[in-house]
Ligand binder design. Structure first.
Ligand code: GAR
Length: 197
């Protein structure tokens, strides 16, 4: 089994969607949920599926060693960020090379970078008068939203769209594509296809 850790800071609707997708998967499973916010709703969602979840403070994340220790303890092979707001420290980047992915709720390289998350991104998209938005799934590197892009999908916007409506269109794409792209990346990177030959 390839074991995933999901990192999430808030509501966790993507985290839940990913947990559901891999629930009865033959070779990939969600092993643990990690957050920087002990009050985040994602903890409730994890609990409902019998998945343990943990919180670390910002400074614990920056150092990275206690998070890494937890990931080792849970035999984690791959990290999925799903609405996670902190930077991934060098210790984790080195321990999981090309094995950490993120979803950004816009079409990178536009509307990314420090402080650009959730509704702020959708507001920025509207303010720039974009006619489309979408999702970007990418590898994580040492800079916010700059890792290699794996997948993008777009949705059309109308000039009347509020940021709620843009968020809804983008969430729909996230739910549709993120779990399947994760599955594809893991299958490729852990040669899961070969196991069935
Ligand atoms: C998602 O839209 C995700 O793309 C975004 O946060 C939201 C979390 O929603 N991530 C970022 O903005 C990262 N820069 P959720 O907690 O309901 O999954």
């Amino acid at each position: 089994m390839v074991r995933i850790a999901i990192f999430a800071s808030g509501n966790g609707s993507n985290a839940e969607n990913i947990i559901r997708y891999f629930k009865n998967h033959p070779s990939i499973e969600v092993g643990v949920v990690v957050s920087n916010n002990p009050h985040a709703y994602v903890h409730e969602r994890a609990k409902a599926f019998g998945i343990e979840s943990f919180s670390f403070s910002k400074s614990e994340f920056e150092k990275g060693c206690s998070v890494l220790e937890l990931l080792r303890r849970y035999n984690i092979d791959f990290i999925v960020l799903a609405g996670f707001m902190l930077k991934i420290p060098p210790l984790l980047l080195d321990a999981f090379p090309h094995k950490i992915v993120n979803i950004h709720p816009a079409l990178l390289p536009k509307h990314g970078g420090k402080g650009m998350y959730g509704d702020r991104v959708h507001r920025a998209v509207i303010e720039s008068g974009e006619t489309e938005s979408g999702i970007t799934i990418h590898y994580i590197n040492e800079n916010y939203d700059e890792g290699d892009i794996i997948f993008q999908a777009t949705c059309l916007l109308s000039p009347e769209d509020t940021y709620h409506e843009v968020a809804e269109k983008v969430h729909k794409l996230e739910y549709e594509f993120y779990p399947a792209v994760i599955e594809k990346v893991i299958t490729r990177s852990f040669h899961l296809d070969d196991e069935n030959k």
